[in-house]
Write a protein of this length. Sequence first.
Length: 724
Amino acid sequence: MTHTHHSSRLLFSQFRTIGFFFVLSLLFTAKSSGQTVHFSSQEKHLIQIIDDRRDPDSLEVFLNSSDSALAWRAAVGLANIGEKSSRKALIKQLASEQRPYVIDAIAFALGTLGPDSAATQALLTSAFKHSSIEILKAIGRTAPESFITPVEKYLDKSRDMNGVKNVGRAELAVELALRKISTIKIRGTLDELAADDNPEVRWRAAYAFARTDDSAGLVPFTDRMKELLVDQGTPLARMFAATALGRMHNAPAEDLLIKAFKGEQDWHVVVNILNALGRSPKLDTNLLDVLKTATLRSNKDDNTSDHVSLTALAVLEQLVTMGRVGSTQDSASLREWVKSFAPRFELYPDISIKTRSATLPILARLGDAELNDELGDFNNYRDLFVRGNGVRAAAALQDTGVFARLLESVSVVTPPEQIARLEALDSIWKRAAKHPEFRAQLESRGFANAYRHMIIRISDLILDPGVVGTALEQMKDSMLLVDSIFRKEAANYLQKYLVRFQDPKYHDQLIGAIDAARWLGRKDKQTISLLNDVYIISAKRGAKDVMDSAAIALKALGEKDLPNVKFIPNRQPIDWYMLEHTSDTLIVNTKYGFILVRMLKHDAPLTCINTLKLSQSSYFANNVFHRVVPNFVVQSGDQSGTGWGGPGYTIRREIAPVSYSKAGMMGMASSGKDTEGSQWFITHIPTPNLDARYTIFGEVIVGMDRVDKVLIGDQVENVVPLKR
């Protein structure tokens, strides 16, 4: 109660800054939508079936239900279960279904089941009678390359059909582009759509062009991209046109991008222009001038300018790493310019320390002789992001002293930094494999063996899943386990981990230990017995991903017969009261102000329940945004701040006919199907490539400008439901 009251006071203090009457209107609107979702007892039953991942036939019988809500839920459930055996029932129902709402759900389900000519034919037949975006997207997802001609004919014929919107035709083309299916006819359709009067159509056409890998096939459409690059109807068209031009890999495209950069003000578009220029074959004077100008845009009072400057420096680092700088003189000149931004100097006091620190890895790549003095003790920098850049710079050096300092620092920093240091050590270690002299120095000074022992034994000291997972992945290195002594030590520790990590809270660590044991390949009885135990216990606990990992390991070690045990799904009771009696509006509090998110309870009910439960227990309080990718996502929901953490359990993926077709969609991060937990993200821009893959459970209704301000390492003060 106290915590909720504090959050309300914090929210009220933020509300005062935006005007009393606006707040009243905002609260009324949010609260009035707070109890909009109710499920019948039968629909609750279907949701439980879907959560249990039962056989498809338990849902197929509901496809022809007279209750549209049940038929829709059954189709969406089949999409989530993902058994291709249900395709036949879906196609059969599609042929007779008349309800647009249900037709769209069936089309969505067929689309998620992948390429199939029978499904495509059924969808094309339906599209002539009932054209919708979902049907056209499903056609794009199901059409095999060998069956593309009927799709081309439909795209051509549908141009003159009543009721077929060009947005849908563009969505179909987008889905084909995401699968790298592109023909002359499809590109011709895209060219036509890119000239449409509707900006929603134009940006989708530009997006489809931007997803192609056929640089030669794009060249004939240079003039169209040039037009889109100055499109004033929507910055999205300019953004994706820039990306498409970057894929052309030629001088005319680069010239267009540089010209566009000089006149562009929208930071989203500038970021895409910079990333497109990162594909250039050489860092010439013109390109360097663009990167310098973009870097100098950084302003402490404008976080979106940091998105631009950090992107520019990331592109510069990429070009340097790939050896595209040019002459030695060019390299020396570039090094002097980059060095002027170094954190120890104050030549650019208006540029944020985050931006200036991003020059450190570039200096390392350029071979700056004074970089060791700049780095000093990695912990001297107060900002986590800045320390991370220092460690990344260290990773690019070939220096035994740096290697030793990294080793010493692993045990005294937080998990996110431990992972960064382990990755830096791994980078240096791999470089040593190519430089025998350097490796000999690491061996002779004892640093190599110290590193080996630390990687093998790390779980005795650190139990964070990200740290353990990183170390176990690095253990799979024949140069690290250089002889029988170290291989035996690794085997003994892995056996210990297979026992220790059976507690459900060590779920991710256990999967890492199983994979490492499989790689090590020791077929001793103790390891086989322990893997059998893990298989049996995980089956009884409903941990399917652990069970599958154990099965793969056992088979790799020569075990043909797996233990005979029945898999028991471990699903928690569904709190329907919470779902139906809490507001559907979430408040994400940040230092930039609040962000209001409308939860999509109908589309992702169980994900919404999970989010509400975690928010009510203050799980999200003081989490950081551990991942921020300009023009992609801001991501949080991990208490460890590493990107590996979670609540100690997983929930089901809940995909539905809802799309990442606009900025501000809130989705669940995952490492594979049904591995969601607590990590969530909000998109900066439309990201159709995430559709039908990542659960969407909310959309930003107020505060997108605050989402844009978020930088990596910023804190989420709390996430709470709006009080009714």
